[in-house]
Design a protein around this ligand. Structure first.
Ligand code: ADP
Length: 373
C-alpha cells in the first residue's frame, strides 16, 4: 500500500507558539514534513486515523486528560505500529508532577525525552531516528499485508480445489458401488476386493475433502452472526450431534457451569464437537467419561477444559496433533482425517486464544483452550 503524505508527517503539539515555530523551521529545513497542532484534539484526530510518522509533544501540553487519550491511542495501535513520540521536557527545574508524567509517558512505548532548550541538531537527529524506526514499521505492515494476501489466495485455492474434487470423487464412489453390485459376481475374490478398495478409498477421500472444505470455510464465517454465545447452548448442540456415538459407546458427558463468551456459536460448537467426538473415539475398553469445565483466569479470560479417560497421547505428539492431516493412528484402527484439531486451533487462534493438551498415555487427556472474557 503506498504511503499517504500524512503517514510521513511529524505532528507537533507545543502550546507556546515559539517552540512550535522553532521546531517547524528546524525540521522543514531538514526536509521533514511537519504539521503544527493548535490543540490536543488536532493531534488525536491525526493519530487516531492511524497515519502519522511521529509526534512531538511539549511537556506543558500533557494534561492528565491528554495523557490518558494518548495512552489509549498507543495501546490500540495495530501490532506493526509503535509510534515514535518525542517529549520535550524542562531542564533544571522539573516538578514531581512533570517527572511522574514523563515516566508515565515513557512506559507507553516508543517515547524519547528531550530536555529544553534543545539544540536544532539534537532535534534533527532525534526526529531522523524516529522516522527511521517508523519507516521500518511501515515495511513490516506492508510485509504483513502481502502475507495476508498470499494466505487469502492459498485459502481460496484450497477451497476451490476441494470443491472441484468433490464431483469426480462422488462419481468414483457411485460407479464403484454400481460395479460391485451389478458385476461383482462375475469377479473372482481378488476382483471384488479391489472393487472394495476403490470404494473405501473414494469414501475416505470424500471425507477428507469435506473436512478440508470445512477448514477453509472458517475464513468465510458468517459475519452477521452475533459474536457472543452461551457456551452451555453450544455444548448442547454438539452433544445432540454426537448422540449416536454417545449412545453406542455409553459415554457419560458432564459439564460444570459454562459462561457466555465473545465467540460465534458455530465456532464454539465446532470446538466442542471435535473435542468430545475425539474423547469418545479415542477411548479405552471402559466407557468414555468426558468432563467439560470453564474457569476464569485473569490472564486468559476463560479457560475451557475437556477431559477424557481415553487412550491418552504421548508427550512427543502433544503439539504435532494440532497440525493439518496429523494423525497418530491408521484409518483402519480409528477413522478420521486429522483435520478436527487443526480446525479447533484455527478457531481458537482467530479469537486470540490458545489450545493445548495435557495427557498421560493409558489414562486420558485434557484439552484446554482459552477465550477472552
Ligand atoms: P482425527 O480424529 O480425524 O484423526 P484430529 O485432528 O481430531 O483428527 O486429531 C488428530 C490426532 O490426535 C488423532 O488422530 C489422534 O491420534 C489424536 N487425538 C485427538 N484427540 C485425542 C484424544 N482425546 N485422545 C487421544 N488421542 C487423541
Amino acid at each position: 500500500m503506498p504511503r499517504s503524505p500524512q503517514e510521513e508527517t511529524v505532528f507537533v503539539l507545543a502550546p507556546t507558539g515559539r517552540d512550535a515555530r522553532l521546531i517547524g523551521e528546524v525540521l522543514e529545513s531538514a526536509g521533514v514534513k511537519v504539521s503544527i497542532c493548535a490543540v490536543p484534539s488536532d493531534l488525536f484526530t491525526a493519530l487516531g486515523s492511524g497515519a502519522a510518522a511521529a509526534a512531538i509533544i511539549s511537556e506543558e501540553a500533557l494534561s492528565r486528560e491528554t495523557r490518558d487519550c494518548l495512552a489509549k491511542l498507543m495501546a490500540d495501535q495495530p501490532f506493526w505500529s509503535d509510534l515514535p513520540i518525542i517529549l520535550l521536557t524542562f531542564a533544571g527545574r522539573p516538578s514531581t508532577l512533570n517527572i511522574a508524567a514523563a515516566q508515565a509517558m515513557e512506559a507507553l512505548g516508543n517515547v524519547t525525552l528531550l530536555e529544553r532548550p534543545i539544540r536544532p541538531e539534537t532535534l534533527r537527529l532525534a526526529v531522523r531516528a524516529a522516522l527511521r524506526t517508523r519507516m521500518r514499521q511501515y515495511q513490516l505492515r506492508s510485509h504483513e499485508e502481502s502475507l495476508q494476501e498470499a494466505i487469502g489466495e492459498l485459502e481460496q485455492f484450497a477451497y476451490s480445489a476441494s470443491h472441484d474434487l468433490k464431483e469426480p470423487l462422488r462419481n468414483i464412489s457411485i460407479f464403484s458401488e454400481l460395479l460391485e453390485k451389478q458385476y461383482g459376481e462375475t469377479f473372482d475374490g481378488r476382483g471384488q476386493e479391489y472393487c472394495r478398495f476403490v470404494r473405501t478409498s473414494a469414501l475416505r477421500m470424500e471425507q477428507l475433502v469435506e473436512d478440508l472444505l470445512n477448514y477453509t470455510k472458517l475464513s468465510n464465517a458468517n459475519e452477521n452472526e452475533p459474536v457472543f454465545s452461551e457456551a452451555a447452548k453450544c455444548l448442547e448442540m454438539a452433544i445432540a450431534n454426537l448422540s449416536q456415538a454417545i449412545e453406542e459407546s455409553h459415554a457419560v458427558i458432564e459439564a460444570g457451569p459454562l459462561p457466555s463468551v465473545p465467540m460465534r456459536s458455530t465456532h464454539l460448537y465446532q470446538i466442542f464437537q471435535n473435542l468430545i467426538g475425539n474423547a469418545i473415539k479415542y477411548r479405552r475398553e471402559e466407557h468414555p467419561h468426558v468432563a467439560i469445565t470453564a474457569t476464569q483466569d485473569p490472564k486468559f479470560g476463560w479457560r475451557f477444559a475437556v477431559e477424557d479417560n481415553g487412550i491418552g497421547i504421548r508427550p512427543e505428539y502433544q503439539e504435532r496433533i494440532f497440525g493439518l492431516f496429523k494423525r497418530l493412528h491408521s484409518a483402519t484402527k480409528y477413522t478420521g482425517t486429522g483435520i478436527g484439531l487443526a480446525i479447533c486451533q484455527r478457531i481458537v487462534q482467530r479469537y486470540g486464544g490458545r489450545i493445548w493438551v495435557e495427557s498421560e498415555p493409558g489414562r486420558g487427556s485434557i484439552f484446554f483452550f482459552t477465550v477472552r472474557a
